[in-house]
Design a protein around this ligand. Sequence first.
Ligand code: AMP
Length: 453
Amino acid sequence: MPEIKKTKKAEKKVVSVSPIPGVEKAKKTYNVLRGMHDILPREEKYWKQLYHAAENLSEYFQFSRIETPLLEEVNLFVRSVGKGTDIVDKEMYIFEDKDGARVALRPEATASVARAYIGNGMWNMSQPVKLWYWGPMFRHDRPQAGRYREFFQVGYETLGVKDPATDVELILIAFNFYKELGLPVEIHINSIGTPAERERYINELVSYYRSKRSYLCEDCRNRISKNPLRLLDCKVEGCQPVKEGAPQIVDWLDEESKNYFMKVLEYLDELAIPYVLTPTLVRGLDYYTHTVFEIYPTFGEPGSQSALGGGGRYDLLVEELGGKPAPAAGVALGIERTVHAMKQYAEENKIPAPEVKYDIFFAQLGDEAKRRALHIINDLRGTGIKIAFNFFKNSLKNQLEAANNLRVSYVIILGQKEVQDKSVIIRDMESGVQEIVDQKKLESILKKKLNRI
Ligand code: AMP
């Protein structure tokens, strides 16, 4: 073996030891990517609440859970969401995988659900097929308040039927979701008819906007030829008078489409769901037909809020993606935006944040007690009693303080003596009264005290 000559420089070099073999300990720290965010423990109470509401609604309205991969073929989204949309033109995370396949991180899940419906032969099942999902979406958008590059959506999709009741069921789910969270919302709704009706309308819209070209912002001038429906999304002040005078799509719908839309509105009236007819709402994506809607909070500065969710009917998407024709409709609700709205609403209305509620606090004193306490806590698992504890606080004073902060009704105290006697002390936090009970009887006594029997 050749002798390795050490240079002076090499001898001086300090190599710090990394716990990962072969990796030099790094000095650099890493930040989360721009537009991405960690969902921290302090957010959990909100996320749990949202997930419960979403899951309960899925059970009640009989939607089955579907999980689709985060990665899909790029063309799935190009074909469904469509060229000329911001999502496809600007916002998709696209890369080549190791096999050279062009893949995209999903920017939304409707296209994936439609692909899964076709690929798994779900058209053979009894229709409609009702599916729900919860998961992250990715859009390389310009980060700003309420706009992330990775964000979560919960969504409900009904495939295989076309009936106004379906559209309304989805709106009702969204409405109930916010009701359960205590957020007042309203639905903005429109119909964009069939592609043929839309084409006739777009011709009219384009000739109207061409005649007003000199009054328009730069973006709108480009939209005239690139994506005319998005002219209706423009928020620039100078364009508003032009927008107000623009032709409205409902005037270009034929009888059948109009009747369909009227039925949807009648159902909403019947259910007393607050809605606003919004002729400028077009939702931008290629796959939508007929009913389109968005959900807006009705608090905060008027007009300052962005949509919490949105959806609509997509009768041609399944066929467009190579499946047997299957009309469908869906709704997607943004989780981060909903959490943000909940915090904002709570602040405006002085509503305390949701808390995890514990029944008891288990305090231990000394090594022996710690060991025994862990045992008892483990034995009480499955009883439904929620126990808080902190094995790294050793003084009784500190543990009682922690119990007080959690506002538990009872504290169990286990010291050296109680370990010997196979007993525990139960302290009533309101009265301060303490009683000694046999460890074997602890479960039944606690259940009685907490009215769990
Ligand atoms: P969309 O289908 O684009 O209307 O999205 C439905 C909902 O998802 C929106 O109303 C938002 O609540 C949420 N959402 C969409 N894009 C983002 C984003 N970039 N960051 C956070 N939430 C988003």
